[in-house]
Design a protein around this ligand. Structure first.
Ligand SMILES: Cc1cc2nc3c(=O)[nH]c(=O)nc-3n(C[C@H](O)[C@H](O)[C@H](O)COP(=O)(O)OP(=O)(O)OC[C@H]3O[C@@H](n4cnc5c(N)ncnc54)[C@H](O)[C@@H]3O)c2cc1C
Length: 397
């Protein structure tokens, strides 16, 4: 793959950079820079701004509302969004379920769901994992029984990110007990307001509400909400996971964090902080090299996407490299925070969240929360051990 960027690509970069500097809602970037957590209305405002510009779904084919960018332009856009300090989009609708809908859905399903995702009118959650079916996803037990033109769904999903924000959830449900457990699984889209759907919050170690249990009790779901054939959901689910695993790279955001670390290190250094700064510099450099390698791997993996194919098993390599790099970066922040990294998780939803905490460096509380939350990165989207199994299988080991 030719890594050089053309004059057109450079002009495109400048257009995107100018947009984030001059047009995109500055208040959202300011909130993140101030260490605040974003609320759903911030995410809606962010995504509606991108949608108004026609830039919310860079990866979608133009016929469904994508901007028709080349793969290089998509890469540049992601870089500039993260460089500007804007939030990444909520992936469940835009990046995960939408490609399944436009690849396997009926014309009616495409017109029913894609427009609302593209205009940030609806948010989605991913209902895959269950209490006894995480890595071993095909063991899932949430059951859908056909009753006329509806399925009746009973069961429970767990670790469901942002289900408390979601309007829809896409679920894997069991419609048949087949000899091979991957068979008999069906892909259903469920309106979260349907009677019998209950969302129970799970508070994570960083003190935040990101996760939920979603309980389905006698939930009636129209058969029209099924994507593809009954019992063939595993095929669609696997395709979706390859998109999910490639989406974790966030190279430019990590570069920003490394620049922040360098700035904080310089401050600590001139303040005469008592820690082994040479050792810290060495480890920071090692993480930077790791990030360079990740970037090259992402660029290589873009080639099949450019040819219109789904990402291959290299998605597993990116998942491992990206999440381990992310964790290494959060460790360096926590180390710089020193004693101020003791877990205390103030409510950071308001602009004045630091009131009473002025003695603590501004970055310390968000960095500590990010450190704890980043532990989950090597678990969700398929744990690191599972990715290694996939790579080993691919290598014929
Ligand atoms: C923050 C967060 C957000 C999440 N968001 C969502 C979401 O939105 N939707 C959703 O559906 N799920 C979500 N998940 C669930 C996530 O996908 C699962 O937690 C993950 O797949 C692991 O499953 P498990 O938790 O059941 O662990 P287990 O599968 O029980 O694994 C426990 C440990 O055993 C190891 N292990 C298991 N099987 C093997 C094997 N065959 N070989 C080697 N090692 C193995 C695992 O690597 C892990 O270390 C989220 C999880 C987290 C932490």
């Amino acid at each position: 793959m030719d890594m050089r960027q053309s004059a057109e690509d450079e002009a495109f970069r400048q257009t995107v950079r100018t947009y984030f500097r001059e047009t995109y809602p500055a208040g959202i970037i300011a909130k993140l820079a101030n260490g605040q957590t974003l609320k759903k209305q911030d995410m809606v405002a962010s995504e509606q701004a991108l949608s108004a510009r026609g830039w919310l779904a860079p990866g979608w084919p133009a016929e469904y509302g994508g901007p028709g960018w080349t793969i290089t332009q998509r890469f540049i856009f992601d870089e500039e969004l993260e460089r500007a300090g804007a939030p990444n989009v909520s992936p469940m609708g835009l990046l995960y379920v939408a490609p399944v809908i436009y690849t396997f859905g009926t014309p009616e399903q495409k017109s029913r769901w894609l427009g609302d995702i593209l205009s940030a009118r609806t948010f989605w959650a991913q209902g895959y994992s269950e209490p006894e079916a995480g890595s071993d996803l095909a063991s899932l037990r949430t059951r859908a029984v056909l009753d006329g033109d509806h399925y009746v769904v009973d069961g429970e999903k767990i670790w469901t990110s942002d289900a408390h924000y979601a309007d829809w959830i896409f679920c894997l449900v069991r419609t048949e007990d087949a000899a091979r457990k991957q068979d008999g699984i069906t892909f259903l889209c469920i309106d979260m307001t349907t009677p019998g759907v209950q969302v129970v919050p799970i508070i994570t170690i960083d003190g935040g509400h990101h996760l939920n249990r979603v309980v389905f009790d006698n939930v009636r779901v129209p058969v029209d909400n099924r994507i593809g054939d009954e019992g063939k959901g595993w095929t669609y689910a696997r395709r979706l996971l390859s998109y999910e695993r490639t989406s974790y790279a966030h190279v430019a955001a990590k570069r920003r964090q490394i620049e922040d670390l360098k700035g904080l290190l310089a401050e600590a250094s001139s303040a005469g902080a008592a820690f082994d700064q040479d050792d810290f510099r060495r480890r920071l450099a090692a993480v930077e090299v790791q990030l360079d390698a990740l970037e090259m791997t992402v660029l290589r993996a873009l080639a099949p996407l450019a040819a219109g194919q789904a990402p291959g098993d290299e998605a597993s390599i990116i998942k491992i490299a990206a999440t381990e790099t992310a964790q290494a970066i959060t460790e360096l922040f926590v180390e710089l925070a020193g004693v101020h990294a003791l877990p205390k998780f103030p409510d950071r939803s308001g602009a004045d969240w630091r009131a009473g905490l002025e003695a603590i460096p501004a970055f310390a509380a968000p960095a500590t929360a990010a450190y704890f939350l980043a532990r989950a990165q090597t678990i969700y989207g398929g744990a690191t051990e599972i990715q290694k199994n996939i790579i080993a299988r691919q290598l014929g080991l």
